[in-house]
Design a protein around this ligand. Sequence first.
Ligand code: AMP
Length: 417
Amino acid sequence: MTFSALKLSVPLLRAIVEKGYEKPTPIQIAAIPAALRGADVWASAQTGSGKTAAFALPLLQRLAAGRRPPGRFVRALILVPTRELAAQIGESIRRYGRFLAEPIKTLVVYGGVSINPQMMALGGGADIIVATPGRLLDLMEHNAVSLSAVAVLVLDEADRLLALGFADELARIVAQLPTQRQTLLFSATFPPEVDALAKNLLRDPVRVAVASTAEPPPDIEQRAIEVDAPRRTQLLRHLIQTHGWARVLVFVATKYATEHVADKLRRAGLAADALHGELSQGARTDALADFKAAKTHVLVATDLAARGLDIVDLPVVVNFDLPRSATDYTHRIGRTGRAGARGIAVNFITAETHAHFRLIEKRNKLALAREQIAGFEPEAIEAPLTAPATGGIKGKRKSKKDRFREALARESSETGD
Ligand code: AMP
């Protein structure tokens, strides 16, 4: 199967060649013809499957064939759970659309940064808006945008949108959209709430499922290394040096741990940085840009910060702290081995987390051999199962982040971990 067989237009095919894609991924083969026909699509797809192009290419083709009405109208709306994902999708759309005869005005809007430039940019409308729900509602309340001409709605990572508590925001946004429209819904998992949302929003959809949701992509070598908790940083350093890993994404449980571990690695002479949700947007963007540009070699992150990130050429992911749930495990290790590249996912198993890791394995139908590294053999013995640290904030009003943590905790209990 080739991209041209999917009946994509010449300017889009040119952009695909320029991106270096040789053939469409399974989700693209399944979703692009349906989306080009104007059908609704209900797709189960992980990040890394090529899902962005699966909705962005047909969307661009459709928009290129028509015109935007004058005024504050928007022709297509892409809703996503996080700012990083919004930025990433905006960037992909610009790349895919760059050879189109008429430019497709694409705006990315999210919270945590000043609203004024976004309001200014929306003057005269836009062809595509990629948005997080909260900020889009703010813009709607300021009359900065009208959704009455939206012809295509895309919900990306719908499960995350709901897990983050965006159900009300989604309902308020959808109420403003024309009922005559195309809707494309992508989700890695389909818990009952997502099913209900899909049934409510989609009309006679084409169902597309390319990979079982619980199984990680096949090209990832997964390892489980036993180590005493206090020696994990040293072991990490040792592994990075002995294997010559050029770029490593390290997951820890808390914001504090990101700073602490990054600091210890820096003191050991490694170019390391921290990424967590409480950094300013500027600091997050910089940390990510430095990592992508190989200025930093190790990025120590929380789940929140790393969700949906697409870092090309990321050979290694390390679970310094184990994820809370089996689903999070899949998300985390899916950061590597993307679009056919090989990746390595390393899990550090300490005395406290043996039992927790066994649950993750059971859920994901895995059985990894336990390894010990010479010089780092653990002395501590296995402890009974305890919940991993959550890093919650006490004595404060419920913030958005507290809601997020609660949602994560709920998700963990749903998966039985
Ligand atoms: P996504 O699942 O949309 O986050 O895409 C994951 C990665 O796969 C991105 O780096 C894309 O640029 C890349 N990609 C998407 N489609 C293809 C393709 N057909 N061939 C090779 N790489 C692709």
